[in-house]
Write a protein that binds this ligand. Sequence first.
Ligand SMILES: [Zn+2]
Ligand SMILES: [Zn+2]
Length: 230
Amino acid sequence: MFKFLLDIFAPKKCYSCNKEWNFLCEKCLSNMSNFSPICYVCKDKSNNFEVHKNCQQDVYYDKIILLSHYKNIAISKLIKDLKFYQKRDISEDFWLYLSRLFLDNEIYKNTDDYIIVFPPMWFIKKLKRWYNHSELMAKIVSKDLWIKIESKLIKKVKKTRQQSKLNKEERMNNLNDSFILNDKKIINKHNKIVIIIDDVISTWSTINEMSKLFKKSWYKKIIWLIIASD
Ligand SMILES: [Zn+2]
Ligand SMILES: [Zn+2]
């Protein structure tokens, strides 16, 4: 308990070099082997992380913008502390970097063409953890980019088991019908580009199934903005 309080009130320190001020300093971030833009289907180079034309079959997202690799020790520790150990401030640092990364990889003129969403958490899990870390991050990015956040757009209607513990068939069944879109209030959705914000790519099928939900509902384009993938 004492250590927990100390952690909360201690000054921010870089997880990689211990320099004060940020949880991840600019220098360490730029020294990490960050993702160069790839198509997250074939994993080959691609402009601005766009899925190649030839890779689009049964793929429902348009690009997955990634900051870093989960195998990086500082990154994986930061994500764990953000998710499980109440270190909410970490989200601010990450999203400074992620907003910038988004701007580097998406040319936009009109912020009204976009909406920001995040994967919802089953309410009991949220009660246990006190917060949804993806929601925290989405709120900060929304402020930073001046893009409206739609917190109630995706609804979780069924408890899902952890994807990584299931086989392929179980994964698909686990996800089917577990989310719905509550989008009656979204005006002009056919012209909207959806930015979905999350910490890691847990499994490809999770990402694709959620993207499918939006594409089936005729949203124009789906972009994921993610901290880390392996
Ligand atoms: Zn550092
Ligand atoms: Zn490709």
